[in-house]
Structures are given as C-alpha cells and as structure tokens.
Design a protein around this ligand. Structure first.
Ligand code: NG1
Ligand code: ZN
Length: 538
C-alpha cells in the first residue's frame, strides 16, 4: 500500500526548486541536469501509480536528454506496451513536478489515486535505465528514492539506449518473464539475440555490402552497437562490417558535440572525426540511439548527400510494397510523416509508390498512433526517428499466407524477417540501421542507388527566439497559423512568390524558440523565403 508519511519524509530530501515551472513535453521533462532531481524523484512515484493503475504491469523510465548537450538531462515514462506514456498522464506528471511543497505533493498523489480509482494495495514494478551522461548516476539515485518511497519493485537496467528500455519494458509485459539472470544483462542479451537473428534471416544468402562507418555521437550507441555487431558476427561474420567512430563515452564534453544525427541533419554536414571519401557509406546516431541518418559523398562532384528519415521511409515502404505484391497478400501500407518531410519525398511516395501519406503534428506519439491505422504503417520524422508497425491483422496474414510459388514463399519469409527486425515499440537507430542494411543487401544497392528515387527540394529550418512562443497557435498538422491573427496570410503571400515554395511556422515543443521551415525549387529561393518568413515572426 501507499505510505504517505514515508513519501513525505523522502520528498523532503528532494525539494522542488521554487522558481522553475516544469512541463512534461513531447520528450518528457528535459533541461539542465541540475534542475531535475526533484522531478525525477517524483517520476519514480508516478511510475508506481501508473503500474498500480494498469494492474501491476511493468512501467519503463528512461533518463536521457537524447541529442541535447551533455549538461542537459531528462526523463520520460514508457507504458507497458513499450509506447510513450498516455497523454492524460503527461498532465499528472506536470502536476506532480510542480507541487511546491511536500504537502502539495501528497495532495496531488491523492488526487491522482482518486481520479483513477487506483487500488493502493496493488503490486507495482518499474524498470529504468540511463544514457551515458555524467549526471545520470545522481539522477538514478533520486529515481530510486522515489521508487522506494512508494514501495515499488524497481529493476535497474544500468546504461542502455532508449529503444532498449522500450523493448525490454514490452518484453517483460508481453513475452515470457525471465526467471534467472539480472535484468541489466538480460536487457542487452535478449535485444542482441533478437535483432542479430532477424538480421540474418532478412539478409538470407545475399552477398554483403562494403563496410559502413557509424558515428555514435560519443554516446551509448557506441558500446551497444559494438556488442550487437559481435552477436551478428557470431552467427556469420561475413554479412555486416561496421566501423564505429565517435565512440568515446569516457571523456567529458564529447557527447553530441560536433557529431551525431542531429548535428548532421541540421547542419547538413559531416561530423568531426569522420574522414569520409567518395565511395564510403556512413551514418550517425544520436546520443540515446533512437535516431539515425545516413550519408555519403556524391561520386561525380564529391558533395555531401544526406539520406534522412524521409529517405528511410521511402526505402522501407518501397521494399515492403514490393514484397506484399509478390506474396499476393491483401495488406494495405501507409506512410506517416510530419510537415518537416521534404515535399519531394511526399510526391515520390504518392505518385511513384502510390502509397497513402498522412501528415501529423510533430512528436513520435502522433506518428505512432496514426501509423497504427494501417495494416503496415511506416513512420519516420525527417530527423531520422521512426519505425514500421505491423498490425496484428498484417502479422496474421503474413504468418498464415499460402505459399503457392517459390517466389511467393521467398517474399513471405522476407516479410516475416522484417517484422522481427524492426523495433516496433519505438524508433530505434540500431534496429533501423540493420533494417536499412538488410533492404540494401537484398536489393544490392549502393547509397547512390537508394538516393536516386527522388531529389530533395532545397530546404531550411531556422530557429527564431521570440518573447513568448505560446502566442503561436497552429492547426492543420501544424502547417497553418491561427494566431497571431493575420500572420498566416502574410506567409501565404510570400510563399506564392516562389516556385515549389512551402513554409510554415510553429512553436517548438522542446526548446524555447519558434521554428520556421521553408523549401523552394532553388537554394537561393529557399533561403530567401526562410529569411523573409522569419522576419515576419520576429
Ligand atoms: P520540436 O522542438 O517540438 O520541434 C523536436 C523535433 C521533433 C522531435 C522532438 C522530440 C524537429 C523539427 N523537431 O521537436 O522532430 O524529434 O524534438 O525530440 O526536428
Ligand atoms: Zn534520441
């Protein structure tokens, strides 16, 4: 049961910083690490309440600030299925974090208990992990105090990628509960085993491609990818050759610094420590290994070519559609994007692949939920975060399909392998890496061949610091401003002056800025459009 005195006593050690107003946003709580101790203590309590509410199912908690600077940190909760925390509970998280005193905290807990009819006597359990940030251990200690205060069983997974935590949370709830071994080791072992085996199945006996260089952003992806690659080699060491760079997780100040997926995507340039030559293949992970972007140098002029989330979605959708057709299955495939997807990618998907494309608001949960509406839902944010969801209906059809010809049988087996190779709980840089590599191996494609499906329109994303970003209100999957009044009309007028022009403005959910996105048929036009729209906002 819940011992409110015990919570109150424990909470006294983690007083809320008076002047800060916390918000559980798109990526949970995220800010300078020193402001987070009280919040994370309280998140431990919230995890316990959520587990009790869901009949003792295991809740996941991840301590990370992803691609943000090393001095930042953050925390988010993961629901039993491995998905993000349900929206209504984000509100509870914000309420708990902002309770000013220990008494206020108790009052908020009691109100959550009564609003949800929570049975206080229910058992509860939580698994938690952190990335490699130096502030991690101290924050884990605060989390453990919160977990203890509400009398919940906690399983420390140690240092993990965000997607590993999601996957293990799902595993504990929906697969066989392990009876021996430490959770910390199992969360690695079960993960490596699953994805290494699925990779081999998906690759079949196709010849392997040239080595790939992975920039691990000096984060947790480095040691995890190294171990995963060893598992792959143990089965057959002739299939996948990876060289990991920016793998220094010991030195301070290196995490995400001038490297990683976010640096490469926003700057459209090579990370430091990556001497890239024409003919090389490379990719960058972010600090918690849930995003990946690929790149190479063009062989005729040596220019930098980015293969971002949109390109991954096009590759994945194209291959899956082909397999479904060959297999003769009645399965619909859809792609979900945000407004940041390049206009050319959308045109390619709709006109060439003839696949329905939905556009939703920024934030993984919006994409994930929309993707669940299709038999097979492919979703990727342009920044490289995404996955493919196979619905129970699709899995059923794939697993019970009649195999009339050898060709059909091959296509069905391949589809089966792909359903196992993609981490369906959340976007996962390591699983996505293997998924992309498996498709390229099947197709025997170079990066250039993959890239040639369509050419990105020149685009620009700029941040504008404004006095109050809350006054910017949007509709139409964030592509149209309803407030401040009159601003959208001005943007429309500007956009109309440029060939293939498109631009939209929205407040960021993770930073105190307004983002302006623009694309147009030439680099010059695009930059001019972005600059002019930013001028309207400022
Ligand atoms: P905001 O700050 O709301 O634009 C950013 C990314 C999202 C997503 C979230 C969560 C862009 C333009 N926005 O959101 O795609 O990754 O962070 O981390 O890349
Ligand atoms: Zn991340």
């Amino acid at each position: 049961t819940i011992d409110y005195d015990k919570i109150k006593k424990a909470s006294a050690k983690y007083p809320k910083l008076k002047e800060i107003n916390y918000t559980y946003g798109t990526a949970g709580f995220r800010m300078k690490a020193e402001y987070l101790e009280s919040v994370i203590f309280r998140v431990g309590i919230l995890g316990g309440l959520r587990s009790k509410k869901l009949n003792s199912k295991v809740i996941g908690i991840m301590i990370t600030a992803s691609h943000n600077p090393e001095a930042d940190n953050g925390v988010k909760l993961v629901d039993p299925s491995g998905e993000m925390l349900e929206q209504q509970w984000e509100g509870y998280a914000t309420q708990l974090a902002n309770a000013q005193s220990d008494d206020d905290l108790i009052a908020v807990i009691k109100s959550i208990v009564s609003e949800n009819g929570i049975d206080e006597s229910k058992e509860a359990s939580i698994v938690y992990a952190r990335d490699t940030r130096p502030s991690g251990p101290k924050l884990v200690a605060a989390l453990e105090e919160g977990i203890k205060a509400i009398n919940v069983v906690g399983g420390n997974l140690g240092v993990k990628t965000t997607p590993q935590l999601h996957y293990f949370t799902y595993y504990l709830n929906y697969c066989e509960k392990p009876t021996e071994g430490s959770y910390e080791e199992l969360a690695d072992k079960l993960y490596y085993q699953k994805f290494a085996e699925a990779f081999h199945k998906a690759v079949g006996d196709n010849p392997c491609l040239s080595p790939i260089t992975i920039d691990a952003a000096n984060g947790v992806g480095a040691p995890k990818l190294k171990e995963l690659a060893e598992w792959i080699d143990k089965i057959n060491n002739n299939v996948f050759e990876v060289e990991i760079i920016n793998d220094d997780i010991k030195s301070q100040g290196k995490l995400n610094f001038n490297c990683g997926a976010d640096y490469v995507k926003s700057g459209q340039k090579i990370p430091t420590g990556a001497p890239l030559s024409v003919g090389d293949r490379a990719a960058s992970l972010d600090g918690d290994a849930d995003r990946i972007v690929f790149y190479y140098l063009n062989d005729y002029d040596g220019t930098f070519r980015l293969l971002d989330g949109d390109k991954i979605a096009a590759l994945a959708a194209g291959f899956i559609i082909e397999l479904v057709k060959t297999a003769g299955l009645d399965i619909n495939v859809g792609v979900v994007q945000t407004a940041y997807a390049n206009g050319s990618s959308r045109a390619y998907l709709e006109k060439e692949l003839k696949v329905p494309v939905a556009c939703v608001s920024t934030g993984v949960k919006h994409l994930h939920h929309k993707a669940q509406e299709y038999d097979v839902g492919v979703y990727f944010e342009a920044n490289g975060h995404g996955t493919v969801l196979f619905s129970p209906n699709a899995l059923n059809k794939i697993n019970s399909a009649e195999k009339r010809t050898a060709e059909q049988e091959k296509a069905i087996k391949k589809l089966q392998a792909l359903t196992e190779l993609i981490n369906q709980t959340v976007g996962d840089a390591l699983s996505d890496l293997l998924f992309v590599e498996a498709i390229l191996i099947n197709r025997q494609w170079t990066f250039h061949q993959w890239d040639s499906a369509y050419t990105d329109l020149p685009n620009r994303l700029v941040k504008v610091v404004v006095e109050n970003r809350q006054i910017f209100k949007t509709t139409n999957a964030e592509q149209t401003l309803v407030e401040p009044k009159g601003l959208q009309e001005k943007i429309d007028k500007l956009v109309a002056q440029y060939k293939d022009g498109r631009s939209f403005v929205r407040p960021s959910g993770t930073e105190d800025v307004v983002r302006v996105y623009a694309e147009a048929s030439t680099r010059k036009d695009c930059d001019e459009l972005a600059f002019k729209v930013a001028g309207l906002v400022y």
